[in-house]
Design a protein around this ligand. Structure first.
Ligand SMILES: [Zn+2]
Length: 891
């Protein structure tokens, strides 16, 4: 039974739809357990002739079918075929009206896909395949239709009734019911449909577009959250303005609405004109949200808003093209946030995510190209590869074409394909046509999986004053792709002279960087050049180089690749001090720290005493003591590489050794530089009220980085300092920083802080998510017991995805305790995967992916993880979501 073969869907099998839908008239009569959905479709044949050749197949799942009428006539049972996933009508004319009535049970919908209840309110999530859980429909993104939606509900319980588009009419009905009729004038696929009904408060504002049209803006939340919407509203207006200025995109409906719900599988959803959000990405006030939350909200509000053009007006032809909308829109939100915050710091944090998590995905059995070739369950492909690597692919195109060329390309893309469902090939074609650039080889980034590696060698000739840089590119095999073709990789390069300044670069075959490095005071010369690597081995010669330079390669992380370059420690220290490219200045320090920690790991494994290199110590001290303008950058530069990133450099991952080695370095730095840490901590205290501007965020980040080093000292005085911050801080950023430090330390203040925090915030679910997470992430030995006990706490709810992610999900990323050599951590997470799967397979599959890298660990852990993988795989009635992840992991 568990070996049941689930159907694999393949890109090569794509066929255009046999029928198109012109209009959809939906009527929802809402009821918690018995909602009636009436759907009237006008259907037309999509071939020269359909009659008698093509059957009309509609998708549907978990539906009670009441009636089907074709052109007004009831169909009898023998006129159609129904199974667990579809309704087929074998005989249809070339044009007809189809009326279907179904009944559904929103209260029992624990998958949170389709129509369900959250906090007593109705809401929907239709991407990717949730619409078919409300009515039978050709539920595929290339069927775009105009929607009319009528919602009927009890007026007292559900005073607010929302759907896509513009409100046409509303009014009272008998029996205490009322109705609202919505019309969306833009054709859209069913996955962009949305409906919300509930008792919600409304926060209003407006935005005047560049052509002078006034748009009503609304955020709908539960009444007690009214005071937490100002930042989301401000973010929305900034995003609307930015998209006009940067891409020339104007909003198109009279109204734009955001609804916040507590039970949501993802971050947010870009339904046309009616974005539904996980409340985590809407609600914020200084006492309850951290700086990271504030930035997350601005990024996600921007992301969903930008989808109005990159996703809604132009959508995906099929789900293999998911990166068409997601890669492009993630790039747009990253760029938006670079403009709203700090370009270098935002880039560092985005690359951190990519290198620590997407590179892992590329190295796992789940590795897949940005445009996958096949899937069993599409929900398993909402991945960092499709989203974040997809965004890097767009960024590289912008680097290759330059900002003006790229803008000409997006202008052409938006005008050529408005109202269509298209492919990533169509996107690239628009870039090529607008600029006359050949991107055929570049398109391998969409079809070839894995992280390319660039090995760089250099030869300086003092006689001819030339520097030769050669680049050899390789890409490791990934499932189904043993042999890789050479990619087109744009590499941004700078050369630093002995004075620490960029040298002017002259070479054949390189173009000026689209994103020049920060000004170095030089005039005339171009300091950053982009070279295009296309062959397995490429050489570039730079002329007029008076002295041997220190190369700065892959500036601003110009391609999602790994670079191997034989820089000496001194050269890295030099880059750390002088590189005009913020990303590489930061990365030089990271790579030094990686090398040092890897040495410490070897010492740890051999039982040797850990010793820290003095040149690293002094470089670190220089950064700590300097008064940089950008404190957020300074904080990043003082942070050691994450344990997960370090694991990437080990043949066999040893989570305990990584943790110990990293912490010992942290402790050594704290001991050596104790007084400087304390001084910097005090200098960066915030005076006055909480503000979320860049300078204040930077100061808090630097101060709290110092605090976490100091807490390694295990001194009662420092613990009191931390406790003081916990007690007196007026904002959640500082409270959380101190609480997390206490939660990681076995000290008397720990239980007291955790229980005070709980008593203060137990009625705020988003704050409780933080409380659960920091306990699940603690490296202390009893963490698993704590997590198990917390599952019984009333604030935890196994049906709520945020709670699962905060507690169980967080624990599965706790590299020490999840990977405990006795296997208890593995057994616990596997138990939860099995408990969650029958309720919410999407969330269960996410959790199950904690096991995918099992082959990278030692023999004992491999065996223990494999046991759990097999136990999950052999469980009867496993969802295809979890089944796909488990079977691919074991393959
Ligand atoms: Zn998106």
């Amino acid at each position: 039974m568990s070996r049941e073969v689930h159907k694999t869907i393949r890109l090569n099998d794509y066929r255009k739809p046999d029928f198109l839908i012109e209009t959809v008239n939906l009527e929802f009569d809402l009821d918690e357990t018995r909602t009636r959905v009436k759907s009237l479709l006008t259907v037309v044949c999509n071939h020269d002739r359909c009659e008698g050749i093509h059957a009309f197949v509609l998708n549907g799942r978990d539906l009670a079918l009441k009636t089907v009428k074709l052109d007004g006539h009831d169909l009898r049972h023998q006129d159609y075929v129904i199974d667990s996933s579809s309704l087929t009508i074998p005989q249809v004319p070339d044009r007809f009206a189809l009326e279907i009535e179904t009944e559904i049970n929103p209260r029992d919908n624990t998958e949170l896909s389709g129509l369900y209840l959250s906090g007593g309110n109705f809401c929907t999530q239709c991407e990717a395949e949730g619409f078919r859980k409300m009515t039978y429909y050709p539920d595929r993104p290339d069927v775009m239709a105009r929607f009319f939606t009528t919602i009927v509900a009890d007026k007292r319980k559900y005073p607010v009734l929302l759907s896509n588009g513009n409100l046409m009419s509303s009014g009272d009905l008998k029996d205490g019911k009322h109705f609202a009729k919505w019309h969306d004038p833009f054709p859209k696929p069913a996955y962009l449909f949305a409906l919300v009904a509930g008792n919600l408060d409304r926060i209003r504002d407006s935005f005047t577009t560049m052509s002078g049209k006034k748009v009503d803006l609304s955020i709908f939340v539960q009444h007690h959250n009214r005071d937490k919407c100002a930042h989301a509203m401000e973010s929305l207006k900034l995003a609307m303005k930015w998209d006009e200025e940067t891409y020339g995109r104007e909003y198109d409906l009279d109204t734009f609405m955001i609804v916040a719900v507590d039970d949501f599988n993802m971050g947010a959803m870009e339904n046309k004109g009616l974005n539904v959000f996980n409340s985590k990405y809407v609600l914020a006030k200084p006492e309850t949200a951290t700086d990271a939350d504030y930035q997350g909200i601005m990024g996600v509000v921007g992301h969903e808003y930008f989808h109005n053009w990159s996703g809604d007006r132009i959508t995906c032809r099929d789900w293999f093209q998911l990166s068409l909308k997601e890669g492009f829109t993630v790039f747009r939100d990253q760029h938006f946030m670079e403009d709203m915050t700090s370009r270098g710091v935002k880039r560092i944090s985005d690359v951190n995510i990519l290198r620590t998590h997407q590179f892992r995905e590329d190295a796992s059995p789940m590795a897949h190209p940005v445009r996958p070739e096949s899937y069993v369950e599409i929900n398993n492909f909402y991945t960092l590869t499709v989203y974040n690597k997809g965004a890097e692919v767009i960024r590289m195109m912008r680097t290759i074409l330059g900002p003006e060329g790229f803008r000409r390309g997006t202008d052409l893309y938006f005008s050529r394909h408005d109202g269509q469902a298209v492919t990533t090939d169509d996107f690239v074609q628009a870039m090529e046509d607008a600029t006359g650039t050949d991107l055929r080889q570049f398109k391998l980034w969409y079809s070839q999986a894995g992280t390319p590696e660039l090995t760089v060698t250099r030869r300086y000739d003092p006689r001819t004053k030339t520097l030769e840089l050669s680049f050899r590119q390789t890409c490791p095999p990934t499932p189904g792709q043993e042999e890789k073709k050479p990619m087109h990789i744009p590499v941004a390069i700078g050369l630093l002279g002995q004075d620490g300044h960029d040298m002017p670069l002259r070479t054949a075959g390189a173009t000026e960087a689209s994103t020049p490095a920060r000004g170095t005071g030089r005039t005339g010369g171009v300091e950053t050049r982009v070279v295009q690597i296309k062959k397995p081995l490429e050489k570039f010669v730079f002329s007029d180089i008076p002295q041997e330079p220190v190369p700065s390669i892959l500036r601003h992380f110009s391609a999602p690749a790994k670079v191997k370059l034989d820089l000496s420690d001194n050269e890295r220290l030099f880059l750390m001090a002088h590189d005009s490219d913020e990303f590489n200045r930061w990365d030089a320090g990271q790579q030094l720290a990686v090398k040092l920690i890897l040495q410490l790991i070897r010492d740890f494994q051999l039982g040797k005493k850990l010793r820290v290199d003095s040149s690293f110590m002094s470089a670190f001290n220089k950064i700590l003591g300097s008064s940089m303008d950008d404190k957020a950058f300074q904080a990043f530069a003082l942070s050691l590489p994450a344990e997960t990133y370090l694991a990437d450099f080990m043949e066999v991952i040893d989570p305990a050794a990584i943790h110990e080695a990293r912490r010992s370095l942290q402790r050594a730095l704290a001991m050596e530089l104790r007084d400087t840490f304390i001084a910097v901590y005090y200098t960066n205290q915030d005076a006055g009220p909480y503000r979320v501007d860049q300078a204040s965020i930077g100061r808090r980040s630097l101060k709290n980085t110092c605090l976490s080093y100091l807490m390694e000292l295990d001194e009662p005085g420092i613990r009191r300092l931390c406790w003081e911050q916990f007690r007196t801080a007026g904002n959640m950023t500082d409270v959380m920083a101190s609480l997390a430090n206490l939660a990681n330390t076995d000290c008397p203040e720990r239980p007291q802080a955790l229980s005070e925090f709980y008593e203060t915030w137990k009625d705020d679910p988003l704050v409780m998510d933080k409380w659960l997470s920091i306990q699940a992430l603690s490296p202390l030995p009893h963490t698993l017991d704590t997590v198990q006990a917390l599952m019984k706490n009333p604030v935890f709810n196994i049906k709520n995805p945020n709670k699962i992610r905060s507690l169980i999900g967080a624990f599965s990323t706790n590299s020490v305790r999840f990977h405990e050599p006795n296997g208890d951590g593995y057994a616990f997470v596997a138990d939860q995967v099995l408990a969650i799967d029958p309720m919410n397979p999407q969330i269960a599959a996410r959790l199950a992916s904690a096991f995918t890298l099992w082959k990278r660990y030692d023999k004992n852990r491999q065996k223990l993880m494999k046991e759990q993988l097999e136990r999950i795989l052999h469980t009867p009635k496993l969802s295809k979501d979890v089944h796909e992840i488990m079977s691919k992991s074991l393959a």
